[in-house]
Design a protein around this ligand. Structure first.
Ligand code: ATR
Length: 270
């Protein structure tokens, strides 16, 4: 049976084994998928041991996405743009490929939610790894105007420089006053139950406020945006399932249906 796994530290919280087991059943694919706790400084060794034991491919979560990037023999365009790898697989010549499905997972989820990306002005909050990974796929999906705002302005600037001049970088206080139809929280503020401190006027024309984080309750950003005029809110659970579906497609050549798996996860979070 083909073996797959997710690597992280910590890893107990990972929903990837459940998601991929559901996908495998749905697509009648015979495979196993496990969660592997790699030592913080020992990702490469864990990966090699896994491959020796028959491992065919893997997902990589915090804090190993950069280490996976270093380890891969071949990097996809998406991985290069993101500067990080969340999906690994070995080709028929034994070469290790690194890809990144996080951004395309977000785009797929936004499409599931009916967002017209080419027609959208997007305000993206945060300039960490999560934010870097979604910019390329949003631009490739046709987004024409993307404002990247971060608490620390210089970090937004640094990221914007690696993209085209479609990306305008600024601090929270300098966000241009214009109608944003989509506002995405890619900061890690939800971890401390906070929200990015932006002017609520930026939500006046917002059709969807999307938080890359998720939990059993709507995040602080989702609750706040609902109070300040954003028409709809969504959390990142759909992105999580969609990035997994893209990884499954890379490995198995089949596209699973995300809807029943997302419903199952939403049920479990309650
Ligand atoms: P990740 O991999 O989740 O992107 P990261 O690379 O550590 O994590 O980046 C965290 C991002 O969340 C940064 O943009 C950080 O802002 P700073 O660059 O100013 O530190 C942002 N962030 C975290 N907590 C925040 C908060 N309470 N309000 C606003 N931004 C926050």
């Amino acid at each position: 049976m083909d073996r797959y796994a997710v690597f992280g530290n910590p890893i107990r919280q990972s929903k990837s084994p459940l998601i991929h087991t559901q996908f495998a059943t749905q697509c009648a694919e015979l495979l196993s998928y496990e969660a592997i706790l790699a030592p913080v400084d020992g990702f490469a060794d864990s990966w090699r041991a896994f491959v020796k034991g028959g491992g065919k491919g893997g997902n990589v979560t915090a804090p190993f996405k950069q280490q996976a990037y270093q380890l891969a023999d071949v990097l996809s365009e998406r991985a290069l743009q993101a500067g990080a790898v969340n999906t690994l697989y070995i080709d028929s010549n034994g070469r290790l490929h690194g890809d990144n499905t996080d951004g395309i997972g977000l785009v797929a989820d936004l499409q599931r939610l009916g967002v017209d990306l080419p027609g959208c002005a997007v305000l993206l909050l945060g300039a960490g790894g999560a934010s870097r990974g979604v910019i390329g796929p949003l631009l490739n999906a046709g987004v024409q105007q993307l404002v990247l705002a971060n608490r620390t302005q210089s970090k937004a600037q640094l990221i914007a420089e690696s993209f085209t001049n479609t990306v305008y970088a600024c601090g929270f206080a300098e966000i241009p006053n214009k109608p944003y139809q989509l506002v995405i929280n890619a900061t890690s503020s939800a971890l401390s139950n906070e929200r990015p401190d932006i002017n609520p006027s930026h939500l006046q024309h917002c059709l969807l406020a999307y938080d890359l984080s998720y939990s059993s309750e709507p995040t602080a950003f989702m609750q706040w945006s609902a109070k300040h005029g954003a028409l709809r809110q969504a959390d990142g659970l759909g992105m999580l399932v969609s990035q997994a579906a893209e990884a499954f497609y890379i490995w198995r050549g089949k596209r699973p249906d995300v809807t029943p798996v997302l419903a199952l996860l939403q049920q479990q979070l309650k």
